[in-house]
Design a binder for this molecule. Structure first.
Ligand code: CS2
Length: 507
């Protein structure tokens, strides 16, 4: 049996695998990361590894999981080391990343996480806890006080299980022990992620009383950030491919595309790693960057994922290889999404669209449509509904953007027993949507009305807009039929007609 990746193996890695260019044994912890999934391993941990190799400093990462999977058996056994593969069609580049120096499993109790987060040598906490980890209401960004974990944590603040509860408790412990400031850097794909993180932690802390909210205000910073790299969930095939190519076993492989980007709001509570030396940007305002990324790249992914599943495609790259979906996505982005964006310094919008489409065509990135469609309720606001709202306020058409909104509804309802096709869905709103579908049957009008009434996803003023209701209802009816792609074709034609009628406004 082949050897498992370990510090001892670093000396003997095959030539094709790059090793950390610094002395890991001298690396002291300076930051913690919550949610050590594929994305963290392909993004923040790699930037840190880059930085350590040019400017060595005490910025070792302690990786914490408060949800499954457990880290002990994978990264833990390998002293935090893992192979990061960059794949671009037939090209492959391998490197062992050394920036994670310890991993902590805190799924059963928050205590191990709290020990790390409250330690005086931790100046920074980065996190990728997924959209739903923030326990916020998607349509408003406020803390969801009815969320079962929040209800639990407010009643049991010493044993929190939610991200806001754990962070508030960690900050309380910091105040009580050493009072050192902390930067909390969200790296999740939600708009103004720093503002939302600050909101949920502050609201939680206010409910706790004991002046902790004021202390947090003065001693913690919550910068927003735009993060980007496509890094799908890792499959057994990826682990096997490392063993076959390089002759060692690695249970924590991460696979990503070549492109990466990180734009961070310059608002820190103390020392920060100089990630700006290795390709990240520190800026005053992240918003234009995050709108561009979430509406173009992520909007395209969600569209291709939901429509792709309906059309029977497995991965993003399969969906975008379909000429109809490819034409749809480009026109949606260029004609309807781009006009909602404010200029982004140094980025040309049309070139960004083409670059994004090129990234999605990368066949070596096996990004499953079901993975992207997971938790769609937490994603559609920033990816689709916000641009739709902007379009409507410009009096412009939404013939194309309305289709993936209906696509998301069809994706969720087809999981219920009502319709012929079924697939397992994972979404906090799956049960609620299935219950609506159970009462309305396949009456698209009633079904769309029922779903649009969920005001934690659909802001009531948007849900009341007649143009929006009509467009979504009509697309939903078509997508639930036996030939869902006919609707995609029909709406493309409709967009042609609308464009001819109103060239000045919708072009
Ligand atoms: C994807 C993202 O699963 C998803 O929601 O759209 O993880 C996407 O790949 C990243 O945001 C790319 O930076």
């Amino acid at each position: 049996m082949n050897e498992t990746l370990s510090p001892a193996l670093l000396e003997r890695l095959p030539a094709a695998v790059q090793a950390p260019a610094y002395d890991r044994t001298a690396l002291a912890p300076g930051m913690a990361h919550l949610g050590v999934g594929a994305f963290h391993r392909c993004h923040q941990a790699e930037y840190t590894d880059d930085l350590l190799s040019i400017q060595f400093d005490r910025w070792g990462v302690i990786g914490i999981n408060i949800r499954p999977p457990s880290l002990a058996d994978t990264l833990g056994r390998q002293s935090g080391l893992y192979t990061r593969l960059i794949r671009d069609n037939s090209h492959i580049e391998a490197r062992v990343i050394g920036s994670i120096i310890r991993v902590v499993d805190s799924q059963a109790s928050a205590a191990p996480a709290l020990d790390v987060l409250s330690a005086p040598d931790i100046d920074l906490v980065t996190m990728t806890v997924t959209e739903k980890g923030y326990c916020h209401i998607p349509s408003s960004g406020e803390l969801d006080l009815d969320h079962p974990d929040i209800v639990h944590d407010l009643a049991n603040p010493q044993t929190p299980r939610s991200v806001p509860g754990i962070l508030a408790k960690a900050l309380e412990l910091r105040r009580a022990t050493h009072a050192r400031p902390l930067t909390l850097l969200s790296c999740d794909n939600i708009p103004t992620n720093g503002v939302i993180l600050a909101n949920v932690v502050r609201t939680f802390a206010e409910r706790r009383g004991n002046d902790i909210a004021q202390w947090i205000e003065a001693n913690a910073a919550f910068p927003s950030a735009m993060v980007d790299r496509i890094a799908p969930a890792v499959m057994q095939d990826d682990l096997d491919s490392v063993e076959q190519r390089f002759g060692y076993r690695d249970a924590a492989v991460a696979v990503g595309e070549p492109f990466r980007q990180w734009v961070i709001e310059q608002r820190f509570a103390g020392r920060m790693p100089r990630w700006d030396l290795v390709g990240a940007s520190f800026v005053d305002d992240v918003m234009p960057f995050e709108h561009l990324k979430m509406r173009v790249l992520n909007g395209a992914q969600t569209t291709l994922a939901t429509l792709g599943v309906l059309a029977g495609f497995e991965h993003t790259s399969d969906a975008i290889a379909d000429p109809l979906l490819a034409a749809f996505i480009r026109r949606m982005l260029v004609e309807e999404t781009l006009p909602t964006l404010t200029p982004v310094p140094g980025m040309e919008p049309l070139a960004y669209v083409e670059q994004s489409l090129g990234r999605l065509r990368n066949t070596a990135i096996r990004h499953r449509n079901h993975q992207i469609a997971t938790d769609g309720s937490q994603k559609i606001v920033q990816r689709l509904l916000n641009p739709i709202r902007d379009r409507l306020s410009q009096g412009a058409s939404i013939d194309l953007l309305s289709v993936p909104v209906a696509g998301w509804m069809a994706y969720l309802t087809q999981a219920s027993a009502r319709f012929g096709k079924r697939w397992p869905v994972s979404d906090p709103y799956a049960g609620q949507v299935a219950a609506i579908a159970d009462t309305t049957g396949d009456d698209a009008q009633a079904l769309a009305s029922g779903i649009l009434a969920i005001d934690t996803i659909f802001d009531p003023s948007l849900a009341a807009n007649e143009t929006f209701r009509r467009a979504v209802t009509s697309a939903l009816g078509g997508l639930l039929s036996d030939n869902p792609m006919a609707t995609v074709r029909r709406n493309l034609k409709q967009a042609d007609t609308t464009r001819l009628k109103r060239p000045a406004r919708s072009a």
